[in-house]
Design a protein around this ligand. Structure first.
Ligand SMILES: Nc1nc2c(ncn2[C@@H]2O[C@H](COP(=O)(O)OP(=O)(O)OP(=O)(O)O)[C@@H](O)[C@H]2O)c(=O)[nH]1
Ligand SMILES: [Zn+2]
Length: 199
């Protein structure tokens, strides 16, 4: 990236390369890339792929640090039903669902919108659901330094639905707990409040 003047130039270069790759894919699957409906498809697909993977160029720590405020509140803060869309790193197909996140402040709270923003930064990278869960958990834990943090993700994987094992109704749940959420009572209170059947 150092060879480029700025991010825009870098994105354009990458986008042109990805565009050419999609042109190649179209011809390899037997399509006629010159037909009307497909003329702009490589460019659209390249832009979509860059959008879905923009998390590589974003810094979740600075997002949190940008809105941390001193406050004495030291009970549980829960943000539930945060919708997320990611791409599995094995097939580059979407997995999507909800994240439920809680933390117990330790002298400082964070702007509420920053939690879903951090979810998006890590979701917009190639992921497995387990690592996505831990990336979010560790980022909040080390940046906000709360008394405890909990992350639960429930998601459906298109690679298990459209292809492969072809199971339409399975949901994968992953979770991670740090600090006070390692105590069973605190963890169960959180799980009850988000309506999880894990408790
Ligand atoms: N643990 C985990 N596995 C995932 C995730 N997303 C996709 N996978 C799995 O990654 C595995 C890759 O297995 P492989 O045997 O190498 O790939 P495959 O032949 O396409 O496997 P099938 O999906 O079973 O057809 C599959 O079992 C997928 O279900 C994820 O977020 N976490
Ligand atoms: Zn997959």
């Amino acid at each position: 990236m150092a060879a480029y003047q700025n991010l825009e130039e870098y994105n354009k270069e990458i986008s042109d390369e990805i565009k050419q790759d999609y042109e190649h894919i179209l011809s390899e699957i037997g399509e006629d890339g010159s037909r009307d409906g497909l003329l702009k498809t490589p460019e659209r697909a390249a832009k979509a792929m860059l959008f879905l993977t923009q998390g590589y160029q974003q810094d979740p720590v600075s997002i949190l640090e940008g809105a941390m405020f001193k406050e004495d509140y030291d009970d549980m803060v829960i943000i539930k039903n945060i919708e997320l869309y990611s791409l599995c790193e094995h097939h580059m197909l979407p997995f999507f669902g909800k994240a439920h996140i809680a933390y117990i402040p330790n002298g400082q709270i964070v702007g509420l919108s920053k939690i879903p923003r951090v979810v998006d930064v890590f979701a917009r990278r190639l992921q497995v659901q387990e690592r996505l869960t831990h990336d979010i958990l560790e980022c909040i834990n080390t940046t906000l330094k709360p008394k405890g943090v909990a992350v639960v993700i429930e998601a459906a994987h298109m690679c298990m639905m459209m292809r492969g094992v072809q199971k339409q109704n399975s949901v994968t749940t992953t979770s991670g707990f740090r600090g006070q959420f390692e105590k069973i009572e605190t963890r169960n209170e959180f799980l009850k409040l988000i309506g999880s059947d894990l408790s």
